[in-house]
Write a protein that binds this ligand. Structure first.
Ligand SMILES: CC(C)(COP(=O)(O)OP(=O)(O)OC[C@H]1O[C@@H](n2cnc3c(N)ncnc32)[C@H](O)[C@@H]1OP(=O)(O)O)[C@@H](O)C(=O)NCCC(=O)NCCS
Length: 203
């Protein structure tokens, strides 16, 4: 399946491209941005490699796919969203998100991630979406809560960050909880519903 092109009021989301490497590296190598991320690039070449590795195949269980988040008018890359299609069947998806510092606190992550979740549930008929959040990451906790994800568990010292063990909070939402849609049935994935526009969310 080809990666979708999603549009919101202010944004376009589509597969990252190698030409985005400079911009991606600029904000992802900022310590304030990578503080809570597993990927902490030190060289521009790592950004090129990251884009290549994470745009190979959309919706393949066991892999991440990275969408760029672009300003709808200027087409400037303002952030990115990662989708981890979980094994074995890919009906559960872990999401990750980043917005470049100059564009933070303007509701862009909420707008982008809401659209992604709507697409995963309504078009791709996914069953469950999760987010793994560092409990010290106030912005990410607030985002998960504002999207209506449920805090399901707090795992003590469960993530090795290369230096020490960190806690991990898991947020999740089911398809039937997202705007009253019904849950996905394993093996019944339907990609034929067409593109989404406008997102929507719980409540
Ligand atoms: C987490 C992140 C994506 C949020 O992006 P953003 O575009 O600033 O978020 P939004 O403006 O959509 O705000 C979403 C909610 O979080 C709140 N929020 C945003 N930044 C916050 C902060 N620093 N502290 C507390 N709350 C914050 C907003 O008030 C909003 O809550 P509301 O809907 O109840 O008003 C951004 O801070 C970021 O990229 N951080 C670095 C990377 C990262 O940690 N990613 C998450 C780990 S996967």
């Amino acid at each position: 399946m080809a990666a979708p092109i999603l549009r919101t009021k202010r944004l376009i989301l589509k597969a990252l491209e190698e030409k985005d490497a400079d911009r991606l590296f600029a904000y992802r190598s900022d310590p304030e941005v990578y503080r809570y991320k597993g990927w902490k690039p030190r060289l521009r070449a790592e950004a090129v490699d990251f884009i290549r590795r994470n745009t190979v195949e959309f919706d393949r269980p066991g892999t991440w796919f990275q969408l760029g988040i672009y300003d709808r008018d200027s087409l400037e890359l303002v952030g990115d969203a990662g989708l981890h299609f979980l094994e074995p069947e890919g009906l559960q998806v872990e999401i990750g998100y980043t917005i470049a510092p100059p564009h933070q606190r303007q509701g862009l992550a909420g707008e982008a991630v809401r659209e992604v979740i709507g697409y995963l549930f309504r078009v791709m008929r996914k069953h469950r979406i999760i987010a793994s959040v560092d409990p010290e990451n106030a912005a990410s906790l607030a985002l998960a809560e504002s999207l209506g994800l449920r805090r399901e568990g707090h795992f003590r010292k469960s993530v090795w960050n290369g230096d020490y063990w960190e806690d991990d909070v898991i947020y999740a939402i089911l398809a039937e909880e997202w705007s009253g849609t019904s849950g996905a049935i394993p093996g019944a994935t339907d990609h034929s519903s067409g593109p989404t526009e406008g997102g929507g969310g719980p409540g």
